[in-house]
Design a protein around this ligand. Structure first.
Ligand code: F6R
Length: 610
C-alpha cells in the first residue's frame, strides 16, 4: 500500500526521502514522487509512473534541494496508476500533500470544491484534501489549523503529510486508520509509514495514535490528540538496524525469508518455553486467567494469516477440545454473527495494519466476548495497541510481499496458544512436555527440509509453461494446500486453487488433464490411504501429480507422478514442515518465469484499505 516519507531538517532532505521510499518499496506501489521546498520557498516536485529507481534517475538529472519535503509511493485505489495521479498533490503552487488511505466522501467534497472554483488535475480521492488545506489557509494562514479544518471534513482513513510554502520549516502530519510514525533526529524530524523507511537516519520513534495530528518543526514537535489537546506520546527506541532490511546475499527477500525460517522460529520460541512448559504469560499478564475461562475461540484474519488460523482451529479442536471458528475478516465485518459464551477472539496479522482485520477487532469489541488477542509480527502496530492480549511472533521484518516466515512463526504462536488453553481442558503435563519437544525440534527440521531446494527447483521447471494448477490436501493439510496455491498464484501469476482432496470428484476432477499439474502433500497420517485413492483418480485422467510425501508414505515416483520424499515424520508440527516445500516450489516457478518476486504486480504488503 502507499508509503509516506517526510522530513524537516537543516540539511538537504531529498536523499533521505529517496532512500526512505526505496525502503518502503516492499509495501507495493505503482508510482512515486517527492516535493521539496527549496531555499526560495518554492515547491518543486518530481513524479514518475514506475519505480523509485526511476524517480532517483530523474532526481539525478534535475536535483531538488531543500530542508523540508514529503515523498510518496502510491498504490492505486482511486484513479489509474499513472503520472497525474501520483503524489504529492499540489494546490496552487502553495500546498503539497501526500496521503495513504481512502477518503470516502471525496465525491461530495470534489463537487463542493468544483463549485468553489477549484480545478482538479487528477482522478484521486486525495486531491480534495490538498484543496481543503489550501482553502482553510486563505482564512487562517496557519498550516496546523488548516489541517485541523481539513480532517474535520474527511471521512475514511488517512495518514497525511502536508507542507506549505508560506511556512517553509513546518510539516504537519495526521493519522486516522493508516499508520504513521515520527522519527526523531538531532535538530530534525521525519515522518514515515513505518520505521524501516527511517532506520538510516534514526532509531528513535513515536507511533502516532488514531486521531493524532503532529505539528513538526526542525527543533520542535507538538502532538495533538483527536480532541486537539496536546499529548505526550512515548518515544520508542527501535532495536532494528538499517541492515535489517537488506537481502543478505540472497537474490530476493522472499528467498532470504524462506531460508531464515529456522532462525525466525527459534527466535519466536525464545523465552516462551520453560522447563518443558509453555509460558502462557507471554500472551499477556492476565492471559492465564483468561485461558482458564475460554469456552470457544473465534479466529479472524486475511490471506495467509487466515490460513494459519485454519490450521490452528484443527489443533485447537483436537488438542484442547475447544470449538473454534475461523473467519475471513472482510466477511466477518458484513454478516450478522453470533458469539458463543466466553469466546476468545484471536486476530492474526503479520503487519498489524490490515484494515479489514483492524475493523473486525473494533467490531468484536462491540460484542460480548471474553477477551481479544492479537498474534502479530509488528510490535507497535495498530492491532497490538487495540487488543487486550498480545503475542509477538518475533519473525523479524518481512519484506517480500508473499508471506513466508510470518506464517510459520504465526503457527508457532498459535500452537503455544493451543497448548496454553488445552492445559485447562485436560492436557496432561506429560503431553505438554511432548508438544514442547516437538516445538523445540522445529528449527532443525525446517532446516532439513530447506535442503531439498535443488530437487524442488528441478520440479518447478515443469510448471513454467502451465497456466493452472490444483493443490490438494486433507484435514489440517487442506489449509497447507491453500497456502501453497496462494503462494504460487501471487508470485508466479499461475492460476492455482486448493481443494479438499475428497472434493475432487464433486467437480474439480473435470479440470484434470495433462496440462493441469496437481500438487499434493502426503504425510503419513490416518488420511494417507484416502488421499492415495484421490490421487489415483487424478492419474486415471492423465493428470500429472507432484507430491511431497513422508519417506514412510510409500508413494513412489512413476510415469506422471513426481514424488519428493521429505524427512517429515508426522506429528503436530507437520503442517509447518510441509509448508516449506510449497513456498520453495512457488519461489522457483516465479524465478523461472522471471516474475517480480518481492513485489508481485497489483499487490501490497500492508493492506491498509478495506
Ligand atoms: C500472502 C500475503 C497476504 C497477507 C494478507 C494479510 O502471501 O501475504 O495474503 O497474509 O494480506 O496480511 P497481514 O497478515 O499483514 O494482516
Amino acid at each position: 500500500m502507499c508509503g509516506i516519507v517526510g522530513a524537516v531538517a537543516q540539511r538537504d532532505v531529498s536523499p533521505i526521502l529517496l532512500e526512505g521510499l526505496k525502503r518502503l518499496e516492499y509495501r507495493g506501489y505503482d508510482s512515486a514522487g517527492l516535493a521539496i521546498l527549496n531555499e526560495n520557498k518554492k515547491l518543486q516536485r518530481i513524479r514518475v509512473q514506475g519505480k523509485v529507481n526511476e524517480l532517483r534517475r530523474e532526481h539525478q538529472a534535475s536535483p531538488l534541494k531543500g530542508g523540508t519535503g514529503i515523498a510518496h509511493t502510491r498504490w492505486a485505489t482511486h484513479g489509474k496508476p499513472n503520472l497525474i495521479n501520483a503524489h504529492p498533490h499540489i494546490c496552487r503552487d502553495q500546498v503539497a500533500l501526500v496521503h495513504n488511505g481512502i477518503i470516502e466522501n471525496h465525491e461530495e467534497l470534489r463537487a463542493k470544491q468544483t463549485a468553489a472554483g477549484f480545478q482538479f488535475s487528477s482522478e484521486t480521492d486525495t486531491e480534495v484534501a490538498v484543496n481543503a488545506v489550501y482553502e482553510a489557509l486563505q482564512t487562517s494562514p496557519d498550516l496546523l489549523k488548516a489541517v485541523f479544518a481539513t480532517i474535520k471534513q474527511l471521512e475514511g482513513a488517512y495518514a497525511l503529510g502536508v507542507i506549505n510554502t508560506e511556512e517553509p520549516e513546518r510539516l504537519v502530519a495526521a493519522r486516522k486508520g493508516s499508520p504513521l510514525v515520527i522519527g526523531i533526529g538531532i535538530g530534525e524530524y521525519f515522518i514515515a509509514s513505518d520505521v524501516f523507511a527511517l532506520l538510516p537516519v534514526t532509531q528513535k520513534f513515536i507511533f502516532l495514535e488514531d486521531g493524532d495530528v503532529a505539528d513538526i518543526k526542525r527543533d520542535k514537535l507538538v502532538i495533538y490528540d483527536a480532541n486537539q489537546e496536546i499529548v505526550e506520546r512515548p518515544i520508542n527506541v527501535s532495536e532494528l538496524n538499517a541492515d535489517a532490511a537488506d537481502k543478505a546475499g540472497y537474490r530476493h527477500y522472499m528467498m532470504k525469508e524462506i531460508f531464515s525460517q529456522p532462525n525466525a522460529i527459534a527466535e519466536s520460541l525464545e523465552n516462551r518455553i520453560d522447563d518443558g512448559k509453555v509460558v502462557a504469560s507471554e500472551f499477556g499478564q492476565n492471559a492465564e486467567s483468561i485461558f482458564k475461562q475460554v469456552k470457544a475461540v473465534k479466529i479472524i484474519a486475511c490471506g495467509t494469516s487466515y490460513h494459519a488460523g485454519l490450521i490452528a482451529a484443527t489443533w485447537l479442536e483436537e488438542i484442547a477440545q475447544i470449538p473454534c471458528h475461523v473467519e475471513i475478516a472482510s466477511e466477518y465485518l458484513y454478516r450478522k454473527s453470533v458469539v458463543a459464551e466466553d469466546t476468545l477472539f484471536v486476530f492474526i496479522s503479520q503487519s498489524g495494519e490490515t484494515a479489514d482485520t483492524l475493523a473486525a477487532l473494533q467490531l468484536s469489541k462491540e460484542k460480548k466476548s471474553l477477551s481479544t488477542l492479537a498474534i502479530c509480527n509488528v510490535a507497535e502496530s495498530s492491532l497490538t495497541r487495540e487488543a487486550d492480549l498480545v503475542y509477538l511472533t518475533h519473525a523479524g521484518p518481512e519484506i517480500g510481499v508473499a508471506s513466508t516466515k510470518a506464517f510459520t512463526t504465526q503457527l508457532v504462536g498459535l500452537f503455544l496458544l493451543v497448548v496454553s488453553i488445552a492445559r485447562h481442558n485436560g492436557l496432561s503435563l506429560e503431553e505438554e512436555n511432548v508438544f514442547v519437544k516437538e516445538l523445540e525440534s522445529l528449527p532443525g527440521r525446517v532446516n532439513q527440509i530447506l535442503q531439498y531446494k535443488d530437487e524442488i527447483e528441478t520440479m518447478a521447471k515443469d510448471f513454467s509453461d502451465k497456466h493452472h494448477a490444483l493443490f490438494l490436501g486433507r484435514g489440517v493439510f487442506l489449509p497447507v494446500a491453500m497456502e501453497g496455491a496462494l503462494k504460487l498464484k501471487e508470485i508466479s501469476y499461475i492460476h492455482a486453487e486448493a481443494y479438499a482432496a475428497g472434493e475432487l470428484k464433486h467437480g474439480p476432477l473435470a479440470l484434470v488433464d495433462d496440462d493441469m499439474p496437481v500438487v499434493a502433500v502426503a504425510p503419513n497420517n490416518n488420511l494417507l490411504d484416502k488421499l492415495k485413492s484421490n490421487l489415483r483418480e487424478v492419474q486415471a485422467r492423465g493428470g500429472k501429480l507432484y507430491l511431497f510425501a513422508d519417506k514412510s508414505s510409500q508413494v513412489e515416483s512413476s510415469e506422471g507422478v513426481y514424488v519428493i520424499k521429505i524427512n517429515g515424520v508426522y506429528d503436530f508440527m507437520a503442517p509447518i514442515l510441509y509448508t516449506i516445500p510449497l513456498q520453495l516450489l512457488a519461489y522457483y516457478v516465479a524465478v523461472i518465469k522471471g516474475a517480480d518476486i518481492d513485489q508481485p504486480r497489483n499487490l501490497a504488503k500492508c493492506v491498509t484499505v478495506e
